[in-house]
Design a protein around this ligand. Sequence first.
Ligand code: 6PG
Length: 243
Amino acid sequence: MKPQVIGSESLEALSNAAADFLVRRAMEIVRAVGRFTLALSGGSTPQRLYEILARKPLKDRMPWQESFFFWGDERFVPADHPESNFRLAYRAMLSKVPVPESNIHPVGTGTGSAHEAAENYERDLQKFFGVNNKPRFDLVLLGLGADGHTASLFPGDPVLNERRHLAAAVRAPAQYAVKDRVTLTLPVLNSAACVLFLAAGREKKKMTDIILNQPQKAFRLYPAARIRPEDGELFWFTDREAH
Ligand code: 6PG
């Protein structure tokens, strides 16, 4: 499936376009099957998208009661830590909308180790999607690191070869403030029905261009280029600086 690129002038325009797309898709899927499952992205790019979803008019259109929220990755920090991806989405969106608490499935990072958190998250995914089914999210939001990582799948990490586990504990490279993380693995991300990459800012241009224009070369080098839904759609929402 060739990526579909949706270019916008700015991060604001990108965030509005992605929010409109997400709500339309959620409404369609809830009408069809009664529920909508998402894996949210971390990092800073999606914050504006989350804020737009939490305000009128989209707040009133999104089927919050029937939408179920997971995360593509999490830093192994307490849920109230400034670096927490859960905290980002909760403060910007989930705390402001009528989503039932039981519909929110954070990666539990309060105690133990990142490895234990990954095991527990995997159990939660299996319980939700069915232990004999590979989780198939209706929509996965992903960001792009300038180094080509996505979620917490970093270049050269052995987790890129993980085919059995749904979630894994990883160590981010030295330049990242929070090293211990939990990430969904490629089999789960690539079983999604729809993946939306959000790529904005000048610092993402080089990587976005390589991934979109030289996919084979990028596939060998960069985890973000390995996101190719087996039976799903792939969209890149970019701003003018990134592509
Ligand atoms: C994380 C994210 C990560 C992020 C990229 C882009 O936990 O950091 O999941 O994959 O999406 O690093 O981050 P920005 O949006 O902040 O550029």
